[in-house]
Design a protein around this ligand. Structure first.
Ligand SMILES: Cc1ncc(COP(=O)(O)O)c(C=O)c1O
Length: 427
């Protein structure tokens, strides 16, 4: 064999070895750190031996302080209620930020807030079917909440404006806010001319009032640098927003008063990129205050996770046996030492990642269970029956609703229990 052939053969043999060495999982794992040990002790003391959604009040306060420091001085703050779906949680955020502005996305939530937080000023975050708006009025019991003044209904098309005009003849005066397509392409008005026509249609109806704009730009945080990045996307979003404000000024003439209009934009992932020059006058933020994993983004780098799922370990086994594949137990473990142990937990299969103790992983062959989910870990994972596993939710708006009351953790203790929003009427 000549030298060239020998080198080729060596390369052919080495390649799979190198591939295996690169792909073979490394053993890892450990114990809860002091933070999670203290949280575990607090849950035990509070008698919460079941899946529990924990809000860390100090960490929430940290995020509120960051928001306060970063929010441009001439922008008001609106709480995105769906992302913090609990009245006491919304109240805590309102108190800290000194705001009465809420963004709401679900008719039963609208009824709940109108009934139990009657000083709230609500802007709909999506265009409700006119039938849902009608249902709001049917379900609402008269109280201090003044619906015609305190709700801005979001409209996205001339048809929707016409439907709300018909509704207003029965429900009384309605304030309408126009959804703008500032680049997200999730609907809304797309040109300044469409905006002019929408404002004219609203002004032509004596029972309707034009209340402003909502331009959501969630796409901006995801635009790669090669396509202009977050700054480029926000600049073009705000350029169109500015055109729409100018169109409103021209259409309304002397009646135009920017102070009295709701000019909404923003979201958790973009708010930090705004400055005073932006043509909006308020920013809506929710998720970033509790920071689920979907919000581990550069714009929220100074925010900290403030929400965790805690659940007890029901069973801890020193092996991982897959039904029907018992004979492969040793092989699986030889390949991945992080399958050495098995933990069955109370509940599971949430939109969430296990974060403590470190080293826990799902088993793709075994699958999932919402009743007793399986987690695997190496011999280094320090976890036994009765200990807790902690997860970080991916998002808040849906996951927070799956556990009953939120457990509020403050200075080493569970101090309060906060009910979450109901998903159906009966507020
Ligand atoms: C219209 C609108 N504004 C703002 C937000 C921002 O909410 P968050 O801060 O929870 O991402 C959302 C989120 O869905 C939205 O739909």
């Amino acid at each position: 064999m000549n030298r060239g052939r020998r080198a080729l053969l060596a390369a052919v043999l080495a390649a799979p070895v190198a591939w295996i060495a690169a792909k073979k999982p490394r053993r890892h794992g450990g114990a809860h750190d002091d933070y999670f040990l203290a949280l575990q002790a607090a849950l035990r003391k509070a008698g919460l031996f079941r899946p529990t959604l924990v809000i860390d009040r100090q960490k929430l306060a940290h995020n509120l302080a960051r928001l306060k420091a970063k929010l441009p001085k001439n922008k008001k703050f609106r709480v995105v209620a769906k992302s913090l779906p609990s009245l006491p949680l919304v109240a805590e955020v309102r108190r800290a930020m000194g705001t009465d502005r809420l963004m709401v996305f679900h008719q039963p939530h609208l009824n709940l807030i109108a009934a139990q937080m009657p000083d709230a000023q609500m802007l709909l975050g999506k265009p409700m079917p006119a039938g849902a708006a009608r249902r709001f009025f049917e379900d609402h019991r008269r109280n201090a909440f003044d619906a015609p003044r305190q709700i801005e209904w979001l409209v996205d098309t001339p048809q929707r404006i016409a439907e709300y005009r018909d509704l207003a003849s029965a429900s009384g005066r309605l304030r309408l806010n126009l959804e703008l397509d500032v680049g997200l392409h999730r609907g809304g008005f797309r040109t300044a001319q469409e905006v002019v026509e929408a404002i004219r249609a609203i002004r032509a109806a004596p029972t309707l009032e034009f209340s402003g704009f909502m331009g959501y730009e969630a796409h901006a945080a995801k635009i790669p640098d090669a396509l202009g990045g977050v700054h480029g996307a926000l600049a073009s979003a705000m350029a169109f927003y500015g055109e729409c404000v100018a169109a409103a000024r021209e259409t309304l003439g002397a009646a135009f008063d920017a102070e009295r209009l709701t000019l909404n934009a923003g979201g958790s992932n973009t708010y930090a990129y705004y400055d005073e020059a932006a043509p909006c006058n308020e920013l809506a933020i929710g998720s970033g205050l509790v920071k689920p994993t979907d919000f581990d983004t550069p714009g929220l780098a100074e925010h900290v996770p403030a929400s965790f799922i805690a659940t007890p370990v029901l069973k801890a086994l020193n092996t991982t046996q897959i039904p029907g594949l018992e004979s492969l137990t040793g092989a699986f473990r030889a390949w991945d030492p992080n399958t050495a142990r098995t933990f069955y937990v109370y509940g599971g299969y949430w939109l969430a990642n296990a974060v403590s103790p470190p080293g826990l992983q799902r088993n793709d062959i075994w699958g999932h269970s919402t009743n007793q989910d399986m987690l695997n870990g190496s011999a280094d994972v320090q976890l036994g029956v009765g200990d807790f596993v902690f997860f970080r939710p991916h998002q808040s708006e849906f996951v927070f609703l799956q556990f009953g009351d939120l457990a509020v953790y403050d200075e080493g203790r569970i101090v309060e229990s906060w009910p979450v929003f109901p998903e159906s009427a009966g507020a």
